[in-house]
Structure formats: C-alpha cells, structure tokens
Ligand binder design. Structure first.
Ligand SMILES: [Zn+2]
Length: 296
C-alpha cells in the first residue's frame, strides 16, 4: 500500500515525493519508552518537523527526533508524517506507521502533599534548567551506561538494581545503594552519557541534593538524594561514565521510622521534551537505556 501511494505520488508530484523522507528507528514502542525518528539528509532544514500524536517535533541538527511516550498516548497504530513546522503543511507523501504498546505501569500511592512557597520556587528553578537545554545539539554518543556499578551483596540484593520501578506517581527508578550488613550506601554515581550540567540543587524538598544533566536533543538525566556533588558548576561538560556525585539519603530518602520505603537509594529519571515543551515526558530510564543501546 505504502509503495503504491509513494509511486502514485511520485508520478503526480515528482519534486516533492522522491523516496523516503524519514524513518522510525523503532516502529514499535511501549508506553514509558522512547520513539526515535530520523529525517533523511535531503529533507533536513529549519522548517522540517515530524507530526505524530497530534504534536509537532523538531529534529536536532543531525535530523534525529526523540519522543517520550507517556500514558496519554493511546495504544495502537499512529501515523507520523513530515510537515512544515509552524504551518503543518505536509512536505512529502512518505509516512511511517508507529505502534504504541500498552504497558501496565505500576502505580505508587503518594502521601498527601501540600505545595509550599519553597517547593514552588524549586519547581521553577527545575523548569528553567530544562528550558535551558540545548535542543538542537547532541552531546550523547554510543551506548548509555547505568548510573551505578553493580555489585552483588547477597542473593536478594545487587547494588544498582531497581528497588522501585518507574510508573504512575514515580517518574524514575530507585536503585539500590544500601548494603544492609555494613549500612554503607554512598556509591559513585555516573553520568549515563556525555552532556552538560544543567542543575546542581541542594536540599530540595523531596529530591534532596539533585543533579540534572542535559544530553542535548531534549534528553535529560536526573539524579536525586545525593550526598555529595563531584562537579562544580552548571554548564560544565561531563563525559559518559564520569563520576558526577555520590549517592545518599537526602530529601525523601532520609530514613524515617514512620516510612517503610524510605532510606538511602539513587533515584534516576530520564526526561524527554520537545523544542516547544508541549511534549514533556519522563520515560522509564532503564527501558530508555535498553532501547537506545539496541537501535544505535
Ligand atoms: Zn524514586
């Protein structure tokens, strides 16, 4: 069908319908995952965007588009097309069929939280850090790495493994840092890929000491409950695998007798946002790493 349409379009519109204009690097994507599309070089330009999920996504300067898939995107088949940014005019007859697969993301119950002034100020600072990201650049390269080195403690626990999964009301994963025998928990935290420090935040309400790294192209990694920062300033460049902090138990990870799930851990999130910010999605960081390493 697609070949026929392309052939018909080539006859009718020979100048705008030559061959493939873009492609999906993963045509099937789960909720909580990342969709990657690549615009062909001859189509790359300032006006080109991908239209899908009723939004427009600009490619980075290499023609790549990263889209976070959240629960608002209905499972099933979706059509992606190439359109002129801002006006929505279709630029080619090429299209890609994307399949979004339903994922039963676990749901975490939250204690009632009443926002206060400090919390609101913190959210504003975090928002500005994301706004300041370098959308068109791409700082990451090659494989993504996990933020913690894995080390087996006993048959039940491995440092770096997930203790609380990504899901509704939990926009990242919690990774084990605590050895219950020795009570040691401060572990080196690695940048999951190269990037620029976008935020160093101290003693935030629930996040504790938090760091955000801008990997470019709308992709950010977030690390929470840190005990110590090993980078000095925002804007600093880090390389994949660099130890950027030590894990800890700050913010809501502070051990409290009333809280069963508290205690030292590393919370790690990956956020993907479009240039216009209309798509602003936390994805499952471990699924993100797996997908990126599979398709590149
Ligand atoms: Zn968490």
């Amino acid at each position: 069908m697609k070949i026929l349409l392309t052939a018909a379009a080539t006859l009718l519109f020979p100048y705008i319908a030559f061959g493939q204009s873009f492609r999906a690097l993963n045509q099937q994507v789960q909720q909580g995952g990342v969709l990657v599309l690549r615009v062909a070089p001859q189509w790359q330009g300032p006006q080109v965007s991908i239209a899908v999920f009723a939004k427009h996504y600009l490619p980075n300067r290499y023609g790549d588009v990263y889209i976070g898939i959240d629960k608002s995107i209905v499972p099933g088949k979706h059509i992606a097309t190439l359109v002129e940014y801002g006006r929505g005019i279709r630029l080619s007859w090429d299209y890609e069929e994307i399949e979004v697969v339903d994922k039963n993301l676990p749901s975490r119950t939250r204690r009632p939280f009443v926002p206060n002034k400090k919390w609101e100020r913190e959210r504003e600072t975090i928002r500005q850090a994301f706004d300041g990201g370098d959308y068109f650049e791409k700082y990451f390269n090659g494989e993504f790495v996990r933020p913690l080195d894995r080390a087996v403690i006993d048959q039940n626990r491995t440092i770096g493994d997930e203790s609380s999964p990504f899901g509704t009301n939990h926009n990242g994963v919690d990774l084990i840092t605590l050895d219950p025998k020795t009570r040691r928990h401060k572990r080196p935290v690695k940048a999951i890929n190269s990037g620029k420090i976008a935020l160093i935040a101290r003693n935030y309400s629930t996040d504790g000491n938090m760091m955000i790294i801008d990997h470019g192209s709308g992709i950010f990694s977030v690390y929470m409950h840190l005990s110590r920062f090993l980078v000095s300033k925002v804007g600093q460049t880090v390389k994949k695998g660099d130890v950027v902090a030590m894990s800890g138990d700050t913010g809501s990870a502070r051990t409290r007798p009333s809280c069963k799930n508290c205690g030292p851990h590393l919370h790690c999130s990956v956020k993907i946002r479009s240039k216009d910010g209309k798509s602003d999605v936390y994805v499952d960081p471990l699924a993100f790493i797996e997908t990126m390493n599979r398709i590149f």
